[in-house]
Design a protein around this ligand. Structure first.
Ligand SMILES: Nc1ncnc2c1ncn2[C@@H]1O[C@H](COP(=O)(O)OP(=O)(O)O)[C@@H](O)[C@H]1O
Ligand SMILES: [Mg+2]
Length: 249
């Protein structure tokens, strides 16, 4: 670990939406280069946590704090959090008609990294990564996510992760809606991209299937807005054999 690694600290976070408390005092630290998995049943608040980290406008932080390198990000806009190097791969990516995928990504890359990447380098990386993901060539010209299948949307998000090189990436159910072949491709590419860029990962999943291809070091179990267990691979085994029942008090 050197002093330049980004650190995201979540301290006693409470999050409400429409007057309902969803996250009820959650603490979690993620450092650049670390691989975490957050497991939990449907409705436990996992997606809300990812959105709260990105600063979703509909969510209200009622207590607690989130810090990057010791500084609170609570008053930062989503764009500025992204520029710090935090990235969220959505469970259900939105469709934006009229914005070409490659154009969008080229602008996003410029916004994040300035003019340090030339257009030809961008296009080269876009093409190489698309090929690794088996993301067909004409996707680049199509509108962002419009009419993409579930698998194509997820691959598109992984392509964004490859190009944007965030320091910490939150992957919300990257396997949802994918067939087995696509899960393997997505998982292997995320592994490779994260290794290459020393990306910290918070993998969110309610189902352990993707963990056949991804090996997180830190495991957390979230139930009803709280983390109820922290540990390593033994926790994944416990979830696989006994479900989440064993973690409910
Ligand atoms: N914008 C919202 N307004 C009201 N309730 C919400 C909102 N977003 C999420 N919730 C509720 O918060 C709970 C947690 O949802 P979510 O974070 O999507 O869980 P998970 O991703 O673990 O399945 C659910 O009961 C859900 O209905
Ligand atoms: Mg969810």
């Amino acid at each position: 670990m050197n002093g330049e690694n980004m650190k995201l600290e979540i301290r006693n976070l409470h999050v409400s939406a429409e007057g309902k408390e969803i996250i009820k005092g959650l603490s979690l630290d993620i450092n650049e280069g670390e691989f975490h998995v957050l497991m939990g049943p449907n409705g436990s608040g996992k997606t809300t946590l990812g959105k709260a980290i990105m600063g979703h406008p509909k969510l209200k932080i009622t207590e607690g704090d989130m810090l990057v390198d010791g500084k609170s990000i609570l008053n930062m806009k989503t764009d500025d959090r992204a520029k710090l190097g935090i990235f969220l791969l959505f469970q259900n990516p939105i469709e934006v008609d009229g914005i070409g995928f490659a154009n969008f990504l080229h602008s996003a890359n410029g916004a994040m990294h300035g003019n340090t990447v030339t257009t030809s380098d961008f296009l080269k990386e876009f093409k190489e990564t698309s090929e690794k993901l088996k993301f067909s060539g004409n996707m680049a010209q199509r509108s962002l996510n419009a009419g993409f299948s579930g698998g194509e949307k997820k691959k598109g998000e992984v392509l964004q992760m490859a190009i944007l090189k965030p320091k910490i990436a939150i992957l919300d159910e990257p396997d949802s809606g994918l067939d087995v072949d696509a899960i393997k491709i997505v998982a292997e590419n995320v592994n490779e991209i994260a290794k290459r860029n020393n990306t910290g990962i918070l993998l969110i999943t309610h189902y352990s299937r993707i963990l056949n291809y991804m090996k997180p070091v830190f495991t957390h179990v979230m139930i009803n807005g709280r983390i109820v267990a922290n540990g390593g691979a033994e926790i994944i085994k416990a979830v696989e054999s006994h479900g989440y029942e064993a973690f409910t008090k």
